[in-house]
Unconditional design. Structure first.
Length: 244
């Protein structure tokens, strides 16, 4: 099994996720130069967020798209992460009940697409949480995202190229990303080809401004979801377990 081999080669991954809220795996599948070039043809547009927030260009890849690009292996690996984490991770207690397609035994679910994001010279994504607090009184979150999984696709990336993902440690409960930036320690994760980053979606993080003209910073992202009856806004599941 591809995922089992990956985690066997990186035995501290699960422990790091549980204890630190993140793990970095440096032996993920590489993305060929040809596939990197093909990726750009699947980019659709700038994200719908304001340019003061983020300036990258995004697209969403289905399995057939990844097959055309030469990323079928990568797609299957990413979508298999939820099943592996369901079987091997010790989840934090939640007072809420899972709702379909999640179950008590399999609390994580996944979408069927990967997000492709590309950053050119000067592009950035300001500090944010993928699942921030919506109601400070109740602790209600904005969505069902549980773990953010990112596979990087960039050759010969250097620190001076910028574009690091800056992850603010122990920032899950901060209402303001700006306060988290002031008070939390951080690590910078460079987007090296084949590097897989898994982190708690509640953590505050940013993509620092890219500083190189002749490179494109590309990444594939999958959010594992933990749908429950907490009444979050922004994501609603119907009775059949489909995201609507």
């Amino acid at each position: 099994m591809i995922i089992q081999k990956l985690f066997d080669e990186n035995p501290d991954t699960l422990t790091n996720i549980e204890e630190n809220g993140y793990a970095i795996v440096n032996s993920g599948p590489l993305v060929s130069r040809l596939s990197q070039e093909k990726m750009s043809t699947y980019l659709k547009a700038k994200s719908g967020q304001k340019k003061e927030v983020r300036t990258d260009t995004v697209g969403f890849l289905e399995r057939k798209d990844c097959e055309q690009i030469g990323l079928l292996h990568h797609y299957d690996l990413m979508l298999g992460l939820a099943s592996y984490l369901n079987e091997n991770l010790q989840f934090q207690y939640s007072p809420h009940n899972p709702i379909l397609p999640a179950t008590v035994d399999n609390q994580l679910t996944i979408p069927k697409t990967l997000q492709l994001a590309e950053y050119g010279n000067g592009d950035f994504y300001k500090a944010h949480s993928d699942n921030s607090i919506h109601n400070a009184n109740t602790g209600q979150r904005r969505n069902f995202r549980c773990y953010t999984c990112i596979l990087y696709c960039n050759d010969e990336w250097k620190y001076t190229d910028g574009g690091a993902l800056r992850l603010y440690l122990d920032s899950q409960e901060y209402l303001s990303p700006d306060v988290a930036k002031e008070q939390c320690e951080f690590i910078d994760v460079l987007p090296h080809n084949g590097r897989l980053l898994i982190f708690d979606s509640k953590l505050v993080h940013s993509v620092e401004k890219t500083l190189v003209e002749n490179k494109r910073r590309r990444a594939l992202t999958l959010w594992t979801l933990r749908p429950d009856d907490s009444g979050v806004v922004g994501e609603v599941y119907d009775i059949g377990g489909e995201l609507v």
